[in-house]
Design a protein around this ligand. Structure first.
Ligand SMILES: Nc1ncnc2c1ncn2[C@@H]1O[C@H](COP(=O)(O)OP(=O)(O)OP(=O)(O)O)[C@@H](O)[C@H]1O
Length: 230
């Protein structure tokens, strides 16, 4: 179910030197939506994610976020992990968010249990496989109980098995939350998204429910993109 507006862009545009990474864009995202951002390399997916999360300033227009930054989490294609134990990586994030250290240990253990990493809790996080690292990043985000989850191609560098595992966890984690994710995997988009935004050269060319995107008429560029990717 879609709730009240949590993000609203009004003519928001981003420039990096001579590159117009995002042309003036107006859209809103409601609580509980699962929005997939798709498009070719360089089309502006990461830029739009970062604008929504407040990591990139807009050159013009406005960005309104009704959710405080501390209630938003972002996952990247390759997680940034500390050279410390798996458990420590989760507990430290909680502590930085104001939790007490001892309480944080218990919450960290519970979160690691949810992603199936309990047995590796004391391992150095940097020695984990790519799929395990992404599950750790998910546990870290999960422990913080964010209202909004941003994901920048979270399974792009994983093998098919790890991809499935991480995707299943993302599906569970999305319950009751707002999720915005960039993906090149249209199967994943169909499985996880409720809405699809197609970008081309920094412009939103299509913004539809997932059903209408894959079953209804599309602008020619978007249609060709989908055809080429499937
Ligand atoms: N920090 C930056 N400095 C200069 N140009 C940038 C910067 N970040 C992005 N760009 C440019 O902005 C445009 C949009 O990039 P963006 O990373 O948002 O695309 P994307 O759709 O996420 O691509 P990909 O699928 O390859 O991740 C590209 O032309 C890119 O080169």
């Amino acid at each position: 179910m879609i709730g009240h507006t949590v993000f609203a862009l009004d003519g928001a545009a981003v420039r990096f030197a001579r590159v117009q990474a995002l042309h003036p864009t107006t859209l809103s995202i409601g609580a509980g939506e699962r929005v997939a951002l798709i498009g070719a390399n360089g089309s502006g997916k990461s830029t739009l994610l970062r604008v929504l999360h407040g990591l990139v300033p807009v050159a013009s227009g406005q960005v309104q976020s009704m959710v405080p930054r501390r209630a938003q989490a972002m996952l990247f294609q390759r997680p940034h992990l500390l050279r410390a134990s798996v458990r420590h990586n989760v507990a430290l994030a909680l502590w930085l968010h104001g939790a007490r250290w001892r309480g944080a240990q218990q919450v960290a253990c519970d979160a690691l249990d949810r992603v199936g990493l309990s047995a590796l809790a004391e391992r150095n996080a940097r020695t984990l496989s790519g799929g395990q690292q992404q599950r750790l990043a998910l546990a870290r985000a999960w422990a913080l109980q964010p209202d909004v989850l941003f994901l920048d191609e979270p399974t792009a560098s994983l093998d098919p098995t790890a991809k499935r595992e991480v995707e299943a966890l993302l599906g569970q984690m999305a319950q009751g939350r707002t999720m915005v994710f960039a993906s090149h995997n249209l199967g994943q988009v169909k499985r996880l998204a409720s809405r699809v935004i197609y970008l081309e050269q920094g412009r939103v060319l299509a913004d539809r429910s997932v059903h209408d995107f894959f079953h209804g008429p599309l602008p020619e560029e978007a249609r060709l993109f989908v055809k080429g990717e499937t």
